[in-house]
Design a protein around this ligand. Sequence first.
Ligand code: ADP
Ligand code: MG
Length: 697
Amino acid sequence: MENSMNLFNTMVFNDQVMKERLPKDIYDSLHRTMQERKHLDLDVANVVASAMKNWAVEKGVTHFTHWFQPMTGVTAEKHEAFINPTINGGTLNNFTGDELIKGEPDASSFPTGGIRATFEARGYTAWDPTSYAFIKGNVLCIPTAFCSYSGEALDKKTPLLRSMQAIAKQAERILKLFGEENPSGVTTTVGPEQEYFLIDKSMLDKRPDLVYCGRTLFGSRPPKGQEMEDHYFGAIKPKVAAFMEDLDKELWQLGVLSKTRHNEVSPAQHELAPIFSTTNIAADHNQLTMEMMQVVAARHGLVCLLHEKPFAGVNGSGKHNNWSLSTEDGRNLLDTGKTPAEHSRFLLFMTAVIKAVDEHQDLLRLSIASAGNDHRLGANEAPPAIVSIFLGDELTEMLNSIKNKTIYKHKEETQMEIGVDALPHFSKDITDRNRTSPFAFTGNKFEFRMPGSSLSISGPNIILNTIVADALCQFADVLEKADDFNSALDDLIRDAIEKHQRIIFNGNNYSAEWVVEAERRGLLNLPSTVEALPLFASDENIALFERLGVFSESEVRSRTELLLESYSKIIHIEALAMLDMVQRDIVPAVLTYSKKVADTIAAKKSLDIELECTLEEYLLIRLSKLSSCMYGDIEALENSVLAGKEYENVIEHAKYNRSDVFLHMQSLRSTVDELETLVGSEYWPYPSYGEILYSVK
Ligand code: ADP
Ligand code: MG
């Protein structure tokens, strides 16, 4: 039997394939372009395109596509056949450098949030040679950025690449200060842990809410949820294991380093984690992973739910974004290192992250804001909507001793002063104890735990890269001017710790006390998307993005608008889906069942003997009362949806949807969920939570 490990990278036009298939000078030139992030020569592109096409055609490929990530949050592709007619009536497989480098899809049907109104409708896609081309089905996919003709980003990749450049530039300035004359490039690395639900396909077919919204809009709690904690890391059912194996195979072929798989806390919930890679590749790969999860699930008669909260009452799904900085020669800059110089460099980068997170809590919070994620944050399963950093006791004590100019003694009784003695090495075991923190240091990386499962990781990483680049830039500005580097570094770190220590919290982030304590510390608490998103376009944030070349003002404004609009659209669709389900399925079911009960009472009463009807009457009264409630809820929700049409301002509209429409949805849901517990199961139109959550046998 073939070992599926041998499949690794077989569908990727990666470095090794390029080396084999490209003339040496072309390979070198392409490599330089990739490393220096320069534009590619057309002559070089022609040779690369031809080699790429030949490689793909040998594998049965017939089409190519520029594969890009518009603001919809999913990927887009438009297939073009390689085929070209020749004069003598034959056909030729053709793929030119021009076609490789640039495509011109019509941008007008993609969401652009106002950019289209001011600029041209046409858009173009440009090859990102730092992310390898790959084969999906019979199509050669070329990862590309998507911009308007005036160069404004219409996608998630362009600003991500810009943010990577911004942080690389600032980190390289810092490395120079530490004596590296010609530092190798710096890149950010990401390993996203992906949570998801798997249910049987037959369940989806019977739940319009899952079809339209990806989450259940109704459903009373099953007798058994996750309270026994028996699913987490539990034995994987054969059907799920078969899915996971197949998925790994698909991902490995595409070069995605899928590494760990296990059951998660909620029934039917699972997780996949890849080995980390460069941020833009991690982002591309995460999109591919989400896509493949759905494709492979369908093959197994299953459905993969990537929504942040498919089921109320059990855990939702997140995506832990593990993030670090690394030099191109492989040194992790958030590793404590071994020498005194490495220790103080570590402290500088660590302090920069602390400063960045404290100063830009709003941006981190809003980078993961969405209608779906609102159901998770602050519930007792996911980090709250308040941003803070977990460092662990040891590192916190050490930073305190730096701040207070006291001598720090770590476990092995080694004394240290900044940059002089040995820093303890922070193994994962020491630091990774707190699972409630939204932003936890885990030994040599930070784990950002707020992102929801369906989110593209580009958003949060654009923000992380930008805010840390900003902090590093400010540090470099000071240190480059200093006469005495070591004492300036001492002061800078001490000062930053003093100023930003409020963001460090090692306690239980799920507790009510933390909310109070965070407020006392003056930390931001932005409970939902509608409070968070508008801050994206604050003057301060626009200035920051422009300063670092990540977003222009119009890009920020259009994105804010687009994300808020998308929030409102989701609430609107959910409200309509609820009304549809209630009026067409649930009301008839309640009426039929009520009639059944009433008929039973009437039948009993029509007999000559006197029979008790206590149960039937009690049931009928409750059904009637709840039916009246349901009528009120339906009417209120309908009116609320209708009144929402009056809003023209996107912020006001989103706020209204949260404070009005959403509340009426919740009210209708709670009435319907109670009715579900009373109506006979064969009368209820939808499978229950229990049936869905335990549908994969
Ligand atoms: P856990 O969080 O469950 O303890 P690990 O710490 O082993 O698991 O890894 C979680 C994720 O973090 C994995 O995807 C891993 O590849 C990633 N990771 C590890 N080191 C780094 C790093 N330096 N930069 C980015 N991600 C990393
Ligand atoms: Mg983790």
